[in-house]
Design a protein around this ligand. Sequence first.
Ligand SMILES: Nc1nc2c(ncn2[C@@H]2O[C@H](COP(=O)(O)OP(=O)(O)OP(=O)(O)O)[C@@H](O)[C@H]2O)c(=O)[nH]1
Ligand SMILES: [Mg+2]
Length: 269
Amino acid sequence: MCGVCGCGEGHSHSHDHDHEHSHDHDHHDHDHHDHDAAHSHAPGLSPKRMVQIEQDILAKNNRYAAENRRYFGERGMLVLNLVSSPGSGKTTLLTETIARLKDDLDISVIEGDQQTARDAERIRATGVPALQINTGKGCHLDAHRVGHALETLQPKDHSLLFIENVGNLVCPSAFDLGEAHKVVILSVTEGEDKPIKYPDMFHAADLMILNKTDLLPYLDFDSEQCIQYAKQVNPRIKILSLSAKTGEGMDGWLRWLKAELELQRIDYA
Ligand SMILES: Nc1nc2c(ncn2[C@@H]2O[C@H](COP(=O)(O)OP(=O)(O)OP(=O)(O)O)[C@@H](O)[C@H]2O)c(=O)[nH]1
Ligand SMILES: [Mg+2]
């Protein structure tokens, strides 16, 4: 459920971990309460009031995101928020990336899904720590819950933290989690027009990964057109094409990650 798009109703707040409520911000100021308000569809709420509620939700989220960003900066961490529609290959890309980098870098993962701990289990099977957040009816991760996940995960200084968001090409675009970059993953099976149909996400991302390129011979997907659409929406977006399955193109992604991690370390020094 999301105060921005108005999709869904009700609220579930299930963590797969016991967390102590010691995070240094006010729990009673929790934006989920406002989500409920935003989705009450109460006949008495005017459109103006609804807009105000949405703005309040995003303002609160931005305050928590700023806390997270300070936390990451103090530790010289690189934090990436992976966003996409369901099934584009986020978890596959992560397990393949981790397999290639875990001997050289400290890595941890926060997994966001509506239900199940399947993705966190896939990550843990690679040998790195992962924490699953189940959003229930929720359609995106928010900065407050990411803050709590950090208390449990305790990521190391200079480490790489991946946050795999809920599969959804709309709502996560509006919620800053404190990350250095949003990385949008688009698989070639989804069609080249996605950047212009869901422009908010491609505008919010700094990098687009075109995944599943091993399937191109079987599809009509026009890569050039897709890249043009992405740049039309966001002229500064970087683009990498790869196949998480075959490993083709993974080197460019690994180089980008290492360069970005180095930048965080320089900022930290
Ligand atoms: N052919 C091919 N299949 C891929 C590739 N990457 C992922 N897949 C497949 O795509 C399906 C979905 O992959 P996931 O990694 O679970 O996708 P996801 O984005 O994490 O999915 P959600 O977390 O549910 O949003 C699986 O069947 C993967 O094996 C790829 O590069 N090529
Ligand atoms: Mg996944």
